[in-house]
Design a protein around this ligand. Sequence first.
Ligand code: G3P
Ligand code: CA
Length: 252
Amino acid sequence: LQLHGALSRVEEFGIISHRGAAALAPENTLAAMRIAFDQGVDFVEADLHLTADGVPVLMHDPTVDRTTTGTGPVANLTLAQIQGLDAGSWFDGAFAGERVPTLEAFLDELAPTNSRALIELKGSWNDEQVAAAVALLDARYLMDRVAFESFEIDNLERLAVLAPNYARVMLTREWNRPTLELAAALNISAVGARVSVFEADFALVEDARVLGIGTMVYTLNTVKQWKQARSHGIDLVITDDPVSLEQWRHNQ
Ligand code: G3P
Ligand code: CA
């Protein structure tokens, strides 16, 4: 299987650390990312939302409520307002004072490491916003080390035009022939879904392979799940426990 760009150097059954080392530190913070970089797995995953003033920040939920001391949608808060929030104490007092990182701050941490990243664009991004994010990556020569993922077809189409050198993963809630045809038409490197989505038809994983499209499953944290995914030929796994998965993979 030939995966493109940053995905081309992935080991068989590649490991992606979900939201940084989210089991050990507050998800999508620099503290979580630094631990994930040190763990040395194949990829570190991060989620991006746009602030009210259009700045990409690392955040999973559409609101800041769960993972910060603030409330309200990310899209209604300016960067200055978001950076005034504490993004660590909800997880553990030891992380009090941790901030919501901008994409730029995350890339500054990533660039000097040997790590690779899978970055999810959440919500709708316009051309200017996609181009600005890609410029941050290009400036750090990260085209071979960063892949994008999104559920939003518009975002994937914009990336195809504005970031043709970057691998793209199409996230999907449906897994059937039309999904594969759409992925092929968009020149997607891999399709990503929950295992329950792939269960609709595991045979299609092989069909995807024939089309040169990889498969990525999330979020698998047990040996039983890893075995199942591997036996069906899934290429990439997002996990909250990358260290155990790496050990398990090593012993296969
Ligand atoms: O988005 C796909 C994968 O990253 C797992 O989902 O909800 O953690 O973003 P989520
Ligand atoms: Ca994600």
